[in-house]
Write a protein that binds this ligand. Structure first.
Ligand SMILES: Nc1nc2c(ncn2[C@@H]2O[C@H](COP(=O)(O)OP(=O)(O)OP(=O)(O)O)[C@@H](O)[C@H]2O)c(=O)[nH]1
Ligand SMILES: [Mg+2]
Length: 327
């Protein structure tokens, strides 16, 4: 594919076009993935998550500068599930992003869901592959840590930064939703504000209680920052590099990569099977069964069994009809 060739030769516009293609999905996107996939696997993927307004974008911007000054190329994917409705924060993002986007070594893109369930996780995963093949050394993915799809996205990162900040009400509340467990690095941003110390100690206490990331020899550091002034960003960048070194030395990078490949394969397989099922089952049967379940004539498990049975029959029929050797 010409577009993939251009990506591999370092063409930024090709990268942007391919990310758009990934958002839309479909057969051309798949063909592109098949071609660029052998060129992936080199980037360090860093997830940045946390409650709305904690300062994730500001921190990502400062981290990008840090990584650039360390000679690395950077890719940034801002995942914004509510994109069309966003207000002021995104405007701030845009201004910062514009400043960064004049740098050839930084590629920034925001992703929005096109509506399908699980579509955002899939599109983001594929966009990461595009930037990886594009040769970005460090790829940061910013997501608001709310909702299952977002946790799924950030779990696909090698290193997860959870950003907390004072003034969000209950600190424990602020980092619930399964985020605490997946953090490799904690950032307490807005350290210039009252309550930062308290946020820091709350996190420390939670870590002491052993609710950590589950890695045997890695205790997530807690780093205080004032992202707005770039303060502490260097420490966070160092921690990110240390975490990667730890992953490599401990062999955990390999284990994580395997786990992620398995999860991705399962997710795709589940989706594909379901899509094929939708093709094979007639609309009338769906409707009939749906009606029966709604009217309590049939329980949903039995209905699902019945759909599966039809599905397998049709598939077997297709194979026999398609000149298969089945007797
Ligand atoms: N006082 C203070 N304000 C900060 C700091 N960092 C960021 N902010 C401000 O906090 C607000 C939110 O910052 P963002 O970087 O947009 O936060 P975010 O987490 O990306 O927000 P969403 O993407 O909307 O969830 C902005 O008004 C920032 O200027 C900081 O260190 N101190
Ligand atoms: Mg943001």
């Amino acid at each position: 594919m010409e577009l993939v060739d251009r990506l591999l030769s370092g063409d930024r516009r090709a990268a942007a076009q391919l990310v758009t293609l990934m958002e839309d999905g479909g057969p051309i996107a798949r063909k592109a993935i098949a071609e660029l996939y052998p060129h992936t696997g080199h980037a360090h993927v860093v997830g940045v998550t946390g409650s709305p307004g904690t300062g994730k974008s500001t921190l990502v911007y400062e981290l990008a500068k840090q990584f650039r000054s360390r000679g690395k190329t950077v890719g940034i994917i801002a995942v914004d599930p509510t994109s069309p409705f966003s207000g002021g924060a995104l405007l701030g993002d845009r201004i910062r992003m514009q400043q960064l986007s004049t740098d050839e070594g930084t590629f920034i893109r925001s992703m929005a869901s096109r509506g399908q369930l699980g579509g955002l996780a899939r599109a983001t995963g594929d966009a990461i592959k595009v930037l990886d093949a594009f040769g970005r050394d460090t790829i940061m993915v910013e997501t608001v840590g709310a909702g299952q799809s977002e946790v799924e996205i950030v779990r696909a990162a090698h290193t997860v930064i959870v950003v907390d900040a004072p003034g969000l009400g209950d600190d424990i509340q602020a980092i619930k939703a399964g985020l605490f467990e997946i953090a490799d690095i904690f950032v307490v941003n807005k350290a210039d504000r009252d309550g930062a110390e308290r946020t820091f100690f709350t996190l420390q206490m939670m870590l002491d209680m052993g609710q950590g990331s589950g890695l045997p020899d890695w205790r997530p550091p807690i780093i205080k920052t004032i992202a707005l002034q770039g303060e502490g960003a260097a420490l966070v960048a160092e921690a990110v590099e240390e975490h990667l070194a730890y992953l490599k030395e401990s062999g955990d990078l390999h284990i994580r990569s395997r786990r992620l490949a398995k999860e991705e394969l399962r997710r795709i397989l589940g989706q594909e099977l379901f899509n094929r099922l939708l093709v094979e089952i007639r609309a009338e049967q769906w409707e009939l069964l749906t009606k029966e379940v709604a009217e309590r004539e049939l329980d949903p498990y039995t209905a699902a069994d019945s759909l599966l049975a039809t599905f397998f029959q049709r598939i077997a029929g297709d194979e026999a009809g398609g000149g298969g050797a089945e007797a």
